[in-house]
Design a binder for this molecule. Structure first.
Ligand code: MN
Ligand code: MN
Length: 323
């Protein structure tokens, strides 16, 4: 892939300064055809599933801007994702900002095309509802496990009576639809007040491993990684990173902040601990630029995407026999 390898690399900062040029994810080429790449980075500018403060529709653009700060080699693992895989920015899904159900279909259709082309998606939200149509597109053949970083379980049932689709319900729907294996799901960082004392019943009774933030700090980050790896095992796994899992000190620009979360460094350490897992998709969601006065939350989101891209590129290279 010599020629392609050159094509699907970020623009170097000593060729065009980082502040120059249109901002694409990681300064990668913007393309339409997913069959040209191994990993497709996609924006889903959607926040119609938000129940409180909106604004995550603006996430992909600001994450793209901050992602121009990412470099080529991981400083700890020395992973070089662009040597292992062809990666590009596939643009944004054409969501319908005034129709939730239509948007779910549009997101699913977009990701079906990526999946059919054999590319692995890494996504920037958008609110957390986007993970459901992504899973509908890529997890139909076999339910996946999930490492889920979040303050919230996102396994609520309904809102305002009968409404099934909000950013608080994607993982109940994904289990109901056979896309997500709850027994191979670990939720990390859960906290915050509940509407009712039974709110966590679905997650706990279906067998999800819920690591509340209190247990996280009691057992420590290395033990959390070991437990996540035990739960996931060898099968396919999706990584879903809601930035509100972080303490709002580190990620204030989000719609549903909860104090008392993990730090950015702890999050990076956990993502590095997922090396070797069979990662089939991932997202970073709930960056809400209108609440992100310093721009730091978008930088956090971009950095977590690079942290995920590294073990994802290793997994994709292994699946393609190049690892
Ligand atoms: Mn969430
Ligand atoms: Mn959350």
């Amino acid at each position: 892939m010599a020629d392609d390898q050159h094509r699907f690399r970020p623009i170097r900062g000593d060729v065009l300064p980082r502040f120059a040029g249109p901002a694409t994810f990681m300064r990668l080429p913007l393309i339409d055809d997913p069959s040209l790449v191994d990993i497709a980075i996609v924006g889903v500018p959607w926040d119609g599933g938000t129940t409180n403060r909106a604004g995550a529709r603006h996430g992909p653009r600001e994450i793209r801007n901050q992602s121009t700060l990412m470099r080529l080699v991981h400083h700890v693992t020395r992973t070089k994702p662009y040597d292992l895989c062809k990666v590009a920015d596939l643009g944004d899904v054409g969501v319908n900002p005034i129709d939730l159900v239509d948007t779910l279909e549009r997101v699913e259709t977009f990701y079906k095309r990526i999946h059919a082309a054999g590319a692995t998606p890494l996504s920037a939200g958008g609110d957390h509802l986007i993970t459901l149509p992504i899973m509908r597109a890529i997890c139909r053949d076999q339910p996946v496990g999930m490492v889920h970083f979040d303050a919230h379980s996102d396994t609520w049932d309904r809102y305002f009576g009968g409404h099934k689709y909000t950013h608080g319900t994607p993982f109940r729907r994904a289990v109901e639809e056979g896309l997500l294996d709850p027994k191979r799901t670990v939720q990390i960082g859960i906290r915050g007040s509940l509407y009712g004392e039974r709110d966590m019943d679905f997650a706990e009774q279906t067998g999800m491993r819920v690591i509340y933030i209190e247990e996280f700090y009691k057992i420590g980050v290395d033990a959390v990684i070991a437990e996540a790896r035990r739960v996931i095992g060898d099968g396919p796994v999706y990584i879903s990173f809601d930035v509100d899992g972080l303490d709002p000190v580190y990620a204030p620009g989000t719609g549903t902040p909860e104090i008392g979360g993990f730090t950015t460094f702890e999050a990076q350490h956990m993502l590095r601990g997922l090396r070797g897992l069979d990662i089939v998709g991932a997202d970073v969601v709930e960056v809400s630029p209108p609440f992100d006065m310093s721009g730091n939350t978008a930088l956090v989101g971009a950095t977590m995407m690079f942290e995920i891209l590294c073990p994802m590129a290793e997994a994709v290279a292994r699946r393609k026999g190049r690892g």
